[in-house]
Ligand binder design. Structure first.
Ligand SMILES: C[S@@+](CC[C@H](N)C(=O)[O-])C[C@H]1O[C@@H](n2cnc3c(N)ncnc32)[C@H](O)[C@@H]1O
Length: 228
């Protein structure tokens, strides 16, 4: 599928180029870097003997649900979502940036042709648009809402990983954190799972029910009181 003209124009405005590479993959190109959605990169982490140990999978786990559903409200290139989908979740992925949404759709289309990814990718539904509005008009009650609003920030001594450098050129500031969290809670999930840096502040200052902390990342889990 061709990337929309609007997405190409947006990339150009950031001084970047969005185009197909020789192998047919859509890529964002600039400053000597090439970025594409590459879900196959995650394959080692999706192996049955490793997936259950992934912190995100442990944080999102819901007991007693045969076909759990999740909304990834900040989808990016879909790397976290593919972990959830491989763990059995049907995931609706909202991405509001048209360039990133185009890369994501292309990554999912290519991954659907990879036998080891096809099953998980078959449970991933990308939606281009703002999740704050999307979460308030869902036609189902998700078991989990996942939030990962910010690409890692530039910090003094640490160079930002290459793949994030291009995305930083596109990124608009995250919608109001409180607005995003309110919309997540308004969808009445069993859990809201929030990805943070290990020592990062709580999203919107809201204390989680519990957290799972790894070396590079922390997952804050909010378990809202269940109604009915
Ligand atoms: C840190 S990235 C997510 C990375 C993702 N977890 C992954 O595994 O690739 C955050 C993404 O959320 C998107 N975003 C932020 N606020 C959003 C909103 N309100 N609705 C939809 N997308 C949003 C940004 O455009 C950005 O692509």
């Amino acid at each position: 599928m061709a990337a929309s003209e609007a997405a190409c124009e947006l990339a150009a405005r950031a001084g970047l180029e969005l185009r197909r590479c020789d192998d047919g993959a859509l890529a964002l190109i600039g400053d000597g870097m090439v970025l594409r959605a590459d879900l196959a990169r995650l394959l080692p982490r999706l192996r049955a003997d490793r997936l259950g140990r992934e912190l995100l999978v442990r944080a999102a786990r819901v007991r007693g649900v045969a076909a759990p559903t999740a909304v990834d409200a900040t989808a990016g290139l879909g790397e976290d979502s593919v972990l959830l989908a491989a763990a059995g979740f049907t995931v609706t992925l909202y991405e509001r940036d048209p360039v990133i949404a185009a890369l994501l759709r292309d990554g999912l289309e290519r991954a659907a042709n990879e036998p080891q990814l096809a099953d998980a990718v078959g449970r991933m539904r990308p939606v281009e648009g703002d999740s704050v509005a999307g979460l308030r008009s869902l036609d189902f009650t998700p078991d989990v809402v996942f939030l990962d609003p910010m690409f890692p920030a530039r910090t003094k001594g640490a160079a930002v990983k290459k793949k994030f450098q291009l995305l930083h050129q596109l990124e608009r500031p995250c919608a109001d954190e409180a607005e995003l969290l309110d919309a997540a809670l308004a969808a009445h999930p069993r859990k809201v799972v929030i990805k943070r840096p290990p020592k990062g502040a709580w999203l919107a200052g809201v204390k989680p029910s519990h957290s799972l902390t790894g070396k590079a990342v922390r997952y804050d889990v909010i378990v809202p009181p269940q109604v009915g």
